[in-house]
Design a protein around this ligand. Sequence first.
Ligand code: HAM
Length: 413
Amino acid sequence: MGKIQPARGTRDIIGEELKRMRYVEQRFLSISEKYGFEEIRTPVFEFTEVFSRPLGDSSDIVAKEMYSFEDRGGESLTLRPEFTAGIVRAFISGGMQQNLPCRLSSIGPAFRYERPQKGRYRQFHQINAEWLGLSVPHVDVELIAMAWRLLGDLNLQEKIALHVNSLGDVESRQAYRQALVAYYEQHRANLSADSLVRLKANPLRILDSKDEGDRRINQLAPKLIDYLNETSSSYFKAVQAGLEALNIPFDVNHNLVRGMDYYCHTAFEFITTELGAQGTVIGGGRYDGLVKTLGGPDVAGIGFAGGIERLAMLLPYDIPGPRPVIILPMGEVLTQALTLGEALRAEGFTTLIDAAGNLAKRLKRADNKNAHFAIIIGEEEIAREHAQVKNLSSGEQVSVAQSALASFLRDNT
Ligand code: HAM
């Protein structure tokens, strides 16, 4: 028998935390709908290639963090480490290019083999938005505005700063890559072993290195911003002007490089200082080559994903649940309690029936459930078609005709 506990980095989510997560999800769905997004649910696992090709073999996710396995038919499959590649795969296999632009929102679990700590799990949950069909700055601005609005709706704007950067177009990145390789070649002797591998596969990744020696070398490395061509730099300026026009505060952060290879032009992150090292709550960017990389047409896209656990942790208030009504049947009146329960639920009340133990115990349990009213029925009440209604906040108890119960409860809540 295996160990009776959740696997490392996974958790059972229940109670207040789940309420908060659900609240974040509901706010996201409602806001993204206002921006014209349609919800999509893609499979939790895909062919491994769907992720490895666009994210890049040298990315941390593909190199170290994917949950990949061979199924019984010998196919290499991977639990999604993120949504974007799977949604683009769905976009292609579903022929959605017939219907552009395509705005898709999604919610669900993602999986990365990372070292677990506060705000970082191996199974975590994302809200995700993808906007496919155009590569123009106002779309980037609109998408960032949607994320900003969500943070406003969750009362989090004050805790969070928006960082933006431009990763340029293909031409700019190629020029930059050459400059970087030339620079790192001069410092070969002092680069870490990992970075020597990155130098071949993807020198931009060295900028992200945690190694002390690499970091010293990085301080004087060429900056991408100096290699943006005219198109890329005017694109970035237009995005910044759009954010300013919408009064969305941001910082340009030239060191912002995202963890996947598919990005170009606009990259952004919403970061808080309140969650320690795991401060990025939302990250995203433009990915104009991704649909093609996965074998589809030349369709541009931009999107973002937010960590639901991280957003939920930051919420400044608890999410109140419904205050239930509790029916307490005394004696042989269980069937009548069931009937009354059905009637009250049909009227919209959250209704529990508690038939176990003495009255004092049941009233205590009702209090623990934050119930507003206890409805006590015994044989005498049933005979008179009445019920005793006890207001658990004031202690007051009155007899109410069963036919008038729903309106009594409504009027006194
Ligand atoms: P990402 O930055 O890798 O981007 O993840 C987005 C967010 O997911 C992070 O900012 C963080 O809040 C949350 N997150 C990531 N890993 C973990 C973890 N191990 N535990 C808890 N939360 C985590 C993407 O996933 C891109 N697909 C975003 C995107 C969409 N770009 C374009 N479209």
